[in-house]
Design a protein around this ligand. Structure first.
Ligand SMILES: NC(=O)c1ccc[n+]([C@@H]2O[C@H](COP(=O)([O-])OP(=O)(O)OC[C@H]3O[C@@H](n4cnc5c(N)ncnc54)[C@H](OP(=O)(O)O)[C@@H]3O)[C@@H](O)[C@H]2O)c1
Length: 239
């Protein structure tokens, strides 16, 4: 059975989890990777309840050895790797400690390097190519006051993904980047920031299934018609 790895999986009503659910439905065995075992377990249980195949792996995306071990578990039929890990880290520049800034970069950018490198190595060893996708944000494209750490690390991830796309296309590796331009209608906003969610309303938050459709579109593309980047936003978004 061909395998997918999704890094950065949290609550069931979240992008990482729903990417796992959909790609299991597409027939892939999914390695559900993240930090918190009970959240990962719940995602695997949901996939199995729907007749899919999955296993969960606790792996901090910023840890080189954990990332290598994660890929070692994927076997030799890895077809898809998605780096969804990324935490927003708001704050004013002059209030930011250097550790805060560096941690934002480690999660959003450095982890993407570790993940992408291992994915490409595995695709090359299999001689089959594969698809490597990254989750972006509004921050990937523009700097904004109070979001300097997040903006710079997400922008770094985007250009890193572009470099990988150009460096390994000839080896059959399709690298893609999905810009999620606005708040996602998921647990993070709905339960974490209920007042903000209420202010936005359902129409003001990006539908998770719609984002996942974008990932599936990239994954299915033939090598004669590859897209590097697509962006997704609501009709209400000012951009
Ligand atoms: N939420 C939004 O409104 C929004 C908007 C635009 C773009 N995005 C992007 O979409 C992606 C998904 O974000 P999300 O907030 O919606 O969450 P999500 O997909 O529901 O879950 C992502 C999970 O990643 C996990 N994670 C964080 N740091 C990690 C690390 N170092 N190693 C492994 N796993 C880690 C967290 O797990 P724990 O819960 O266990 O800590 C988190 O729950 C991110 O790349 C984000 O930048 C989100």
């Amino acid at each position: 059975m061909n395998t997918a790895i999704v890094s950065g999986v949290g609550p069931l009503e979240g992008l990482g989890a729903q990417l796992c659910v959909r790609f299991a439905k597409e027939g892939l065995h999914v390695l559900v990777a993240g930090r918190t075992d009970h959240k990962l377990e719940a995602v695997v249980a949901e996939i199995k309840a729907r007749g899919g195949s999955a296993e969960w792996v606790v792996a901090d995306a910023t840890d080189e050895t954990a990332t290598q071990d994660l890929f070692a578990r994927a076997g030799d039929q890895l077809e898809l790797a998605i780096y969804n890990t990324g935490n927003n880290t708001p704050g004013r520049i002059i209030d930011m400690s250097s550790d805060f800034f560096a941690n934002s970069w480690r999660v959003c950018c450095f982890g993407g390097f570790l993940f992408g490198r291992e994915a490409i190595k595995r695709f090359a060893a299999q001689k089959t190519g594969g698809t490597l996708l990254f989750t972006g944000a509004s921050a990937s494209l523009r700097g904004r006051a109070n979001f300097g750490a997040f903006n710079s690390s997400k922008a770094g991830l985007r250009t890193l993904a572009q470099a990988m796309a150009k460096e390994y296309a000839e080896d059959g590796v399709h690298v893609g980047h999905v810009v999620v331009d606005g708040p996602i209608a998921g647990e993070k906003i709905k339960r974490g920031l209920p007042e903000y969610a209420q202010k936005l309303g359902e129409d003001g938050m990006i539908n998770i299934d719609g984002i996942v459709d974008g990932f599936v579109y990239l994954y299915r593309q033939p090598a004669q018609a590859w897209t590097f980047e697509l962006d997704v936003r609501t009709s209400k978004e000012k951009w």
